[in-house]
Design a protein around this ligand. Structure first.
Ligand SMILES: Cc1cc2nc3c(=O)[nH]c(=O)nc-3n(C[C@H](O)[C@H](O)[C@H](O)COP(=O)(O)OP(=O)(O)OC[C@H]3O[C@@H](n4cnc5c(N)ncnc54)[C@H](O)[C@@H]3O)c2cc1C
Length: 410
């Protein structure tokens, strides 16, 4: 990557230290381009990070190559995590992809480990923890700069930037400056929890889920068990329901017994006893949330001094496992655009480079948003998972092995 940059560096702010913001930060750091990364959370340990992610060769893995972190990631990646079983509510298997020996090259990594890898690759002082962006507005000079208003434990302050990158997730505060479109409810509500020390405490569940992911779908509902690297199994209980159902149904989701009783006696009462174990043995820390998404053709007209990436640009549900992968690929492409516009020998204006980046990102994300929406529809059909498995097998047959990583990365 080029390191010859102009003598007056751009002032760049990245809002959000999720996978997208962190990959961008790492790549700018490697290119000697200064930036400030603002994260609302007070520290790297302040929030539980969620389950496991499979990184794809053509996106997430490619970004790790560019970031010089591929070999480190390989040490923590679990190729056995690729195993996948798809069943119905009786536990009848419709698909079993096990012992793949890493054939699909989509190894799993726990989200906390991926985040740690990225955080450790950055100088500590580049990340401003506990800096929540309260608002952003065009600066008074109207020259494409923006004023970022930050809230910290010490009070509020304002900084002005040439480029503000909204890597601030689903409810981005940067996105409204580019578009009036808001995320809408995806029709799916989800409860997630985990079963710790599963091998010793619940060997039957451990065997059911295996080393990868077990998905059971029927009657517009799903139970998913996902092996994590820390000896636990993350479980997702998903239901196709109206937007306010989680609030309206009258169950206190922070009450473990009330939640389990409701799910076992109402929603999943005719599911197999084996599958119901994913609910019965869940630990008490249950998080309930509706899934939101942006329209699958979401786009905007580019504006100088601003851009968005990751969930801020293409929020989708997790049903194709693409969100993190796209966020990382976006960050890689955006870093190239910024480097190009910052290099003396190149005659590229920042705004032109950003427009080009957004064009590429939107083509890629529209395809994945469509795929994700199609998977959601197939998973939540009353006779699921029959049609999902058919479509998946047809797709695998048509696409063949995953694409190769272009040469030239470390
Ligand atoms: C249950 C579930 C399972 C999923 N499973 C997968 C999977 O298997 N594979 C996959 O690829 N994707 C998966 N996803 C999607 C994935 O989590 C997201 O696509 C991904 O995290 C997006 O990364 P990001 O960097 O764009 O945003 P985020 O990860 O949301 O990060 C945004 C960051 O910005 C910070 N922030 C927000 N607002 C502000 C502010 N105003 N000021 C400062 N900081 C702010 C937040 O605190 C956060 O740290 C899943 C999502 C869910 C909900």
């Amino acid at each position: 990557m080029a390191s010859t940059t102009t003598s007056t560096p751009l002032r760049i702010a990245i809002i959000g230290a999720g996978p997208g913001g962190l990959v961008l930060a790492r790549l700018l750091h490697l290119a000697n381009i200064p930036f400030a990364l603002y994260e609302a959370e007070p520290s790297r340990t302040s929030r539980e990070q969620g389950g496991s992610l499979d990184l794809h060769e053509e996106s997430g893995q490619l970004a790790l190559h560019a970031a010089g972190l591929y070999s480190e990631w390989k040490k923590i990646a679990r190729s056995e995590g690729e195993d996948m079983r798809v069943a119905d509510k009786h536990g009848k298997l419709f698909m079993e992809e096990v012992d793949t020996q890493g054939r699909n090259n989509r190894p799993e990594v726990d989200r906390i480990q991926l985040r740690g890898l990225l955080l450790d690759s950055l100088p500590e002082e580049t990340i401003h923890w506990g800096h929540k962006m309260r608002s952003i507005s065009p600066s008074s000079d109207d020259d494409g700069k923006h004023d970022v208003h930050l809230e910290t434990a010490a009070g509020t302050r304002m900084e002005t930037f040439d480029l503000v990158v909204g890597a601030d997730g689903a409810w981005s505060k940067v996105r409204p400056l580019l578009s009036g479109t808001k995320p809408h409810y995806s029709t799916i509500s989800c409860l997630d929890t985990r079963i710790r020390s599963v091998d010793t405490l619940h060997p039957a569940i451990s065997k059911l889920v295996g080393q990868g992911t077990y998905l059971a779908f029927s009657d517009r509902k799903g139970l998913v068990g996902q092996r994590n690297g820390d000896g636990s199994i993350r479980t997702y209980i998903m239901l196709q329901k109206p937007e306010t159902w989680l609030k309206d149904v009258g169950v206190d989701w922070s009450d473990e017994m009330a939640t389990k009783n409701y799910m076992l006696e109402e929603e999943f009462k005719d599911w197999s006893e084996e599958l119901k174990g994913l609910i019965t043995h869940a630990n008490p820390d249950i998080a309930a949330r509706p899934f939101y998404m942006l329209p699958t053709d979401f786009s905007w007209t580019s504006k100088p001094g601003l851009t968005i990436l990751g969930d801020a640009a293409h929020l989708m549900t997790p049903f194709a496992g693409e969100g993190v992968n796209l966020a990382m690929a976006d960050a890689m492409d955006l870093s190239k655009a910024i480097v190009k516009a910052s290099t003396e020998s190149e005659d590229t204006q920042l705004f032109d480079a950003i427009k080009e980046f957004e064009k590429t990102m939107l083509v890629r994300s529209h395809e994945k948003m469509e795929e994700t929406w199609r998977n959601l529809e197939l998973f939540f059909k009353p006779d699921a998972p029959k049609e999902f498995v058919q479509v998946f097998e047809e797709m695998m047959a048509a696409h063949g092995p995953p694409p190769e990583v272009p040469k030239g990365y470390s």
